[in-house]
Structure formats: structure tokens, C-alpha cells
Design a protein around this ligand. Structure first.
Ligand SMILES: Nc1ncnc2c1ncn2[C@@H]1O[C@H](COP(=O)(O)OP(=O)(O)OP(=O)(O)O)[C@@H](O)[C@H]1O
Length: 544
């Protein structure tokens, strides 16, 4: 049902047009069968009209079949298009913590496998819809021919459909298990692509990865899918057997019991034989719809939806960043909860407070795992803290303000992503300064701006980070955050970063947060915050 709701939401007028054409198609099919039956029975009064009727009904059948197919293909493609965009928007609107908890492999599996499964089900819809229309038209014709035989037929169809659904339910369970294995498969694909160097360098590790990780999961996925589709095949064969039993019943048993005339009998057998193809199409479509409904369930389990558009956060709020005088974090606390080998594991940052003025350089320092990046995500508004308040001048942030608040920051995180083009930066003024910054960051001999795209991003890690810094400069936000930016720079450029670039940003009135292990440069900082196991253990201000 949800699949149809998605389709209706995307393009209900087109679906309504297709439904109308489908109904006409079913009607003309039934009419054509009635006409063929009448011709075969040689009803004298109708003979002169039959050839004309045949031409008209045949023409109508072809036309309505074509119209309903074309309209449904359009509606289905529109639904797939909207579904992809909706999922993209929802992922972008979801809290970062939620996305981190889901994990990259699961998101990728959903964006590819699940969206594909739903798209595949939409692609068989036109044929299915036609088949259902023909079945309905034929049933109406058979009901008109003989009500007692019609009820006998409906009872047989009911038994067939009921037993088919029991088997289909079992098959669906196997498909669900196969889908769970697919998440693990994507996890392995990630290891394969991101760990390719490590796997290439060590043969034993590579073989262990192939035989102990990839192979068993791929095998499990294959087995569960195989079982699922095999049960569907058994169900389909059972359905076909029932169809033959039904024809046999109508030929040899029921007419004697219910006293049907030869016209009625031949009409029934002709219609049932004609129905075999559309029935087969319906039966073939059921596994595809089952897989699609497993996909929808999976998408919903990630607290995403392909159905209900959430309010688009980009639509309403005014995102113009302000310049601020002071930023305050009061009693902020954030906790990660998880399990490791069935033991609960938590990491708690805070409670901690800090103040940052415009034009201040604030260094956040501490050992590995002390919570620096977590604090950075809270400062930039990527995490909403479990407890505490963030104040921008005299305004305390409410949950609805976070989207607006984040627009005040430009950041280069340690695991930053480098876009190869300047997205969202089309003002000629901003683009004109790019060569200046490329020069300043000593990249002009390697990278050019071509239109709004960089000529290359195949650079060393240090150079990529410089390009990331250029993007941050172009954003021109009131606040900046650099997470171990200098770690990949050579000593000369590291010196330039701490002694020249950071003071320049400060002189422009920017608030700059720097996560750093470079204690040689701590003297540059106006404030130094030291974290240890999530607690603020040292807070030094230059003016104190
Ligand atoms: N997404 C997450 N889910 C669960 N726990 C996390 C997550 N990210 C970090 N942690 C936990 O929080 C702790 C602090 O991590 P964080 O990345 O903030 O440290 P850090 O000080 O930036 O470390 P480093 O200097 O190594 O980058 C870690 O010990 C880690 O166990």
C-alpha cells in the first residue's frame, strides 16, 4: 500500500489517467472475449456486427494499453525521482548523531539497494496494472455469463491466493534476512575500497578478509535470497497448478453440478485461458513487490521515510549569518552511548563552559580521545548537546535555531571532504579572489579555477587541506574551526598557518577555534582549553 501512496503522492493526476485507460483496457478485453465467444457460437442476430465490433474493440484495446503504459511509466519515473531527492534531503536534514549511529555502509545500502528495489517495483507497475485491469474485466464478464459459476471461480481463486500468500510470507522472511546481510556486505565493500592498500600489502590479511569476512557474508546473502525466490517459485508453480485444476473443474465437473450451457462453458474456458498470461504477470510481480516492501521497512528502520516529506529546513528560515560579539557555551554536556562486546560503553564530554569573543583565537588541546572533535561538533552546532545552553550574544539557542547557527561557521575537520567545485559560491566577487588565495596558499602552480570547478583535486593530503582552507576563506563566516589542520603541513607552511594566517583571521574580527597538538605555537592563542577524558582540566586566557 505504501508503494501506491508514494506513487500517488508523486503524480496522482497521471496515475488517475492511467487508471482510467486501464479500466477501458480491461473493459475492451472482456468485450473482445465476449465477441469471440459469440462468433464461435455463431449467434445469427449478431453476425453482421461482429467484424466491426472486433475492429473497434481491438483498436480500443491497443490504444488504452499504450496510454495506460505510457502514463504509468511517467508516474513511476516521477515517483523514483522524487523518492531519490526526498531521501537525499532527509539525510541532509537528519541530525549528525543519527547518521553516525546508522553508519556509512547502511546509508549506502539504502541509497543504492533499497531505492533500486522500490524503483524496480515501480517499473513492473504498468504491466501489473494492465494485468489487474484485464483480470477485473474478465471476472465481470464471467459474472455476467453465469453467477453460480462465477462464485465457484471466486472461491477457487480465494483458496489459491490464500495458500500463495502463506508461502509468500515465508519467502519474504528470507528476503528480510538477506537484506540484513546486505548491510554487512556493504560494510565489507567499504573495507575493500578504503582498506585496499592495507589488503594489498599483506597477503595473509587479504586472504583472511576474503575467506572470513567477504565470502561468508556474500554466501549468506546468496543463500537467503535463493531461499526466498525459491519459495516464490514454489508458490508460483502452486498457483499454476491451481489454474489447471480450475480449468479442469470448469470443463469436467462444475457444468454437470451447476448445469451450464455450452456457450457459458466455452466462454469460461476461453476467458480462463486468456487470463493465464495476466495472472502470470501478477504472480511474477509479487516477489518484486515483496522485496520493495522489505526495502521500505528497512528505510523506515533508519528513521527515514520515502513517503512523508519532512519540512524542508532550507525553505523557511532566514539563514543570513550575523556577525557576533560573543559566543557562550554554558554547562554543556554530551554523551555517546554504545556497547562493546555486550558491555555498555559511554564517553561523556563536560559539563563545561566557555566564552569566545569576536577576534579571538581559541586553541583546544588534549590527548587522543579526550573529546576535542566532539567539542568541535558542539561548538559548530553539528551536535545538539544533551544538556546546557549556547548563547549568541544575548540569544540562547533553541532547537529550531541550530540550522541558522551552523551557518556562522566554516570548518576544516580532520576527516573533511573536498568538493571539486565551489558549490553555493557563484558571486563573481568571491570567485575573483580565488587566484589570490591559491597564490597565498601556494597552490597556484598546481590548481586553477575553471568556471567554478578546480582543475584537479588529485593532490597530496597537505595540499588538499590547503584547498579546504581556501573554501573556508571563501565562505567568509564570522567563525572558523580547524581540526588538526596543520598536522599534514610541512614545517614552513605550518609556521605560516600559525604565525600569519591565523592572526590575519583574528585581525578581521573572526572567532577562530583551532584543535592542535602543536605546543610550539600555543603562545599564539588568546585562550587555551585543555581536555582530558572529556573534562576541561585547564583553561588559560592570555589576558589573565
Ligand atoms: N560517533 C561516535 N560514536 C560513539 N563514540 C564516539 C564517536 N566519536 C567519538 N566517540 C568517542 O568519544 C571519545 C572522544 O572522541 P573525539 O574524537 O572527540 O576525541 P579527540 O580528542 O578528537 O581525539 P583525537 O585527538 O584522536 O582526534 C573517543 O574515545 C570515542 O570513543
Amino acid at each position: 500500500m505504501k508503494l501506491f501512496r508514494i506513487l500517488l503522492q508523486a503524480a496522482w493526476p497521471t496515475v488517475a489517467g492511467a487508471a482510467f485507460a486501464g479500466l477501458l483496457n480491461g473493459g475492451s478485453t472482456a468485450g473482445l472475449i465476449a465477441l469471440i465467444n459469440a462468433t464461435l457460437q455463431g449467434t445469427p442476430s449478431l453476425q453482421p456486427l461482429l467484424p466491426w465490433g472486433f475492429i473497434v474493440l481491438g483498436g480500443l484495446l491497443l490504444l488504452t494499453h499504450f496510454a495506460s503504459q505510457v502514463l504509468l511509466v511517467r508516474a513511476a519515473q516521477q515517483a523514483v525521482y522524487e523518492m531519490r531527492l526526498l531521501l537525499g534531503r532527509q539525510i541532509l536534514a537528519s541530525p549528525l548523531r543519527q547518521l553516525e549511529a546508522i553508519g556509512q555502509p547502511q546509508l549506502l545500502a539504502t541509497l543504492t539497494e533499497d531505492v533500486d528495489a522500490v524503483a524496480r517495483s515501480f517499473s513492473v507497475l504498468p504491466n501489473l496494472f494492465n494485468a489487474v485491469a484485464i483480470v477485473c474485466g474478465c471476472l465481470i464478464y464471467m459474472g455476467w455469463l453465469s453467477p453460480p459459476l462465477f462464485f465457484a471461480l471466486v472461491a477457487l481463486i480465494g483458496i489459491g491466493a490464500g495458500s500463495y500468500m502463506v508461502l509468500a510470507g515465508k519467502a519474504r522472511q528470507f528476503l528480510e534476512q538477506a537484506r540484513s546481510e546486505q548491510d554487512r556486505l556493504f560494510q565489507h565493500f567499504r573495507s575493500l575500497t578504503e582498506g585496499v592498500k592495507e589488503l594489498k600489502l599483506n597477503r595473509r590479511r587479504r586472504l583472511a578478509f576474503l575467506h572470513q569476512e567477504l565470502e561468508p557474508t556474500a554466501q549468506q546473502t546468496r543463500q537467503q535470497n535463493q531461499l526466498g525466490y525459491m519459495v516464490f517459485a514454489i508458490a508460483a508453480s502452486w498457483g499454476q497448478l491451481l489454474l489447471f485444476v480450475t480449468i479442469g473443474f470448469f470443463l469436467f465437473t462444475l457444468p454437470h453440478l451447476l448445469g451450464a450451457t455450452p456457450t457459458v462453458l466455452s466462454g469460461y474456458v476461453l476467458t480462463i485461458i486468456y487470463l493465464m498470461l495476466p495472472m502470470q504477470q501478477v504472480i511474477d510481480a509479487i516477489p518484486i513487490f515483496s522485496r520493495a516492501s522489505v526495502a521500505l521497512k528497512k528505510v523506515e528502520s533508519l528513521q527515514l521515510s520515502l513517503e512523508e516529506p519532512q519540512q524542508d529546513p532550507d525553505a523557511s528560515a532566514d539563514f543570513m549569518p550575523l556577525s557576533w560579539q560573543r559566543l557562550r557555551l554554558e554547562n554543556i554536556r554530551h554523551q555517546y552511548r554504545g556497547t562493546h562486546e555486550d558491555e555498555p560503553v559511554t564517553f561523556t564530554l563536560g559539563p563545561l563552559s566557555l566564552k569566545a569573543e569576536a577576534g579571538e583565537l581559541i586553541f583546544i588541546v588534549g590527548g587522543n580521545g579526550s573529546g576535542k572533535s566532539t567539542l568541535a561538533k558542539i561548538i559548530t552546532g553539528l551536535y545538539v548537546p544533551d544538556q546546557g545552553e549556547i548563547w549568541v550574544d544575548d540569544h540562547c539557542l533553541t532547537p529550531n535555531d541550530y540550522e541558522w547557527y551552523r551557518q556562522h561557521f566554516s570548518a576544516v575537520f580532520s576527516d573533511f571532504y573536498l568538493f571539486d567545485r565551489l558549490l553555493g559560491l557563484d558571486s563573481p566577487d568571491r570567485l575573483a579572489v580565488v587566484p589570490y588565495y591559491l597564490d597565498k596558499l601556494r597552490l597556484s602552480h598546481k590548481v586553477r579555477l575553471e568556471g567554478n570547478r578546480f582543475s584537479t583535486t588529485s593532490l597530496s593530503q597537505g595540499e588538499r587541506k590547503r584547498l579546504g582552507l581556501l573554501m573556508a576563506y571563501l565562505d567568509d563566516r564570522p567563525a572558523y574551526l580547524f581540526d588538526e589542520w596543520a598536522a599534514d603541513q610541512d614545517p614552513v607552511f605550518r609556521d605560516i598557518f600559525y604565525r600569519q594566517l591565523l592572526p590575519e583571521l583574528k585581525a578581521q574580527g573572526k572567532t577562530v577555534f583551532v584543535i592542535s597538538h602543536d605546543d610550539r605555537y600555543f603562545d599564539v592563542a588568546d585562550q587555551l582549553l585543555k581536555l582530558d577524558y572529556g573534562q576541561l582540566v585547564q583553561h588559560t586566557c592570555r589576558n589573565q
